[in-house]
Ligand binder design. Structure first.
Ligand code: URA
Length: 433
């Protein structure tokens, strides 16, 4: 069959065969299918969807386009954690050392931030010396000695996804449940863990704006994980407002360290707790009650903070940052964005706060953009808080003033004030197991 016929099949709403999908993925990986044909098929998938079986085959073909990390020589159940991406989402950097301090091995390969959501790697790279580009052998050595390691995805991990994502990014074909699910899970299955906890973000600042779509994505992700032999659970969490009080890179690392010292903001602590307890339960070593106690104990004893420091040092970073925040990059200048009138914060739009942070240099629009690790946004008031006219709601941290006017505009649009206290949505919206 000519590849045009494969495109036509999907265009007409029919299911693709395993052979069609294998051909598509190998053709994209080797560049033997031209971008215009690959893009046409991607658009047909966006418009017509895929069955669970097609999505499973697509994921499997994407995993097979590269290497699968073999972690079988590391003892115990290895539990991965992944977020679909949010603003101020620093949960992995807190959760991985807590779980490791509880005896659960957490291998984590992360991506870089693109657009208004930040990336775990960029945050960690604000720590002087921290290496995210480890070989698989180095990764395994850190997992053995520390219990967790957070690194960048290696080039050989699902290379089909890299090519497909680059095409989707420029052809308006990112928002599709089967394509997102296959993209996320191909990388997670290739990472070699035995279990996986997914944080599916839902709201203004997330890919999935509605709870219905977030649930559908969560269901698709969990189905692929189970088909692939990885025990997978998804927790759906609210991303209408940024998570925590810091958005950026070094400022988020400070917030992670503060949280590991028992001084984290309530919303961040709640999401870390909800996901962390699932990580511990999926390891098979804890039940729900003992998991919560273990998470709290790892923070109270200082073991989780010591684990973060050990991971930083094992990856070449300056572990002393946990005691001395002046060793991290900082912004030379600050500008307050204030409440225009008295009332209550009804909304603090996560996507706009994320864009403000990006405009200040903390994020990247294109893969090749450089990130200013000291820039970002600090949040003084969260949804539900009472404000008077002139109170600081957001503080913009920057070194380069070129994006400041744009950042102020985004920050002002992000703040919505109402006369009455708003109904605040729960942070954890559901779980799919
Ligand atoms: N994250 C991914 O890794 N892939 C997508 O398609 C969307 C979010």
């Amino acid at each position: 069959m000519n590849f045009v016929d494969v495109i036509a099949k999907k265009r007409d709403g029919n299911a693709l065969s395993r052979e069609d999908i294998d051909r598509f993925v190998s053709g994209v990986t080797t560049a033997s299918i031209p971008d215009y044909q690959a893009s046409a098929l991607l658009m047909a998938i966006v418009l017509r969807g895929m069955t669970d079986q097609e999505t499973g085959w697509l994921t499997d073909a994407m995993v097979r386009s590269g290497d699968r990390v073999d972690l079988s020589d590391i003892e115990g159940i290895k539990v991965g954690k992944h977020s679909t991406g949010g603003v101020g989402d620093k949960v992995s950097i807190i959760l991985a050392p807590i779980a490791a301090a509880c005896g659960v091995v957490v291998p984590k390969m992360s991506g870089r931030g693109l657009g208004h959501t930040g990336g775990t790697l960029d945050k960690l790279e604000s720590i002087p010396g921290y290496r995210t580009a480890l070989t698989v052998e180095e990764f395994k050595r850190v997992l053995r000695t520390v219990g967790t390691s957070i690194i960048g995805q290696t080039a050989s991990l699902a290379p089909a996804d890299k090519r497909l994502y680059a095409l989707r990014d420029v052809t308006a074909t990112v928002p599709s449940v089967p394509l997102i699910a296959a993209s996320v899970m191909s990388k997670k299955l290739a990472e070699g863990g035995n279990a996986l906890v997914l944080d599916v973000k839902c709201g203004d600042g997330a890919f999935m704006k509605s709870e219905k779509d977030a649930r559908e994505l969560a269901r698709a992700l969990v189905a692929i994980g189970s088909q692939g032999g990885v025990r997978t659970e998804a927790v759906i969490t609210n991303m209408d407002a940024p998570l925590g009080l810091a958005v950026g890179n070094a400022v988020e690392i400070i917030e992670c360290i503060e949280t590991l010292k028992g001084r984290g903001p309530a919303d961040l602590v709640a999401v870390v707790g909800a996901l962390g307890s699932r990580v511990l339960v999926l390891s098979g070593r804890f039940d729900e009650a003992s998991a919560d106690a273990a998470l709290r104990g790892a923070i109270a004893s200082g073991a989780a903070l010591a684990t973060l420091r050990a991971m930083i040092e094992a990856q070449g970073g300056d572990g002393a940052v946990v005691d001395d925040y002046s060793r991290l990059p900082a912004a030379a200048r600050r500008k307050a964005v204030t409440a225009p009138r008295e009332g209550y914060i009804a909304a603090l739009k996560a996507d706009l706060v994320g864009r403000a942070s990006m405009a200040l240099g903390a994020g990247r629009e294109r893969v090749e953009d450089r990130v200013d690790h000291g820039a970002g946004v600090m949040i003084s008031k969260k949804p539900g808080d009472a404000v008077r006219a002139g109170d600081t709601v957001l503080e913009l941290l920057y070194n380069d003033a070129r994006g400041l006017a744009q950042a102020v505009a985004f920050a002002e649009q992000a703040i919505h004030i109402a006369s009455d206290p708003p109904a605040v949505k729960p942070l954890v919206l559901g779980r799919v197991a």
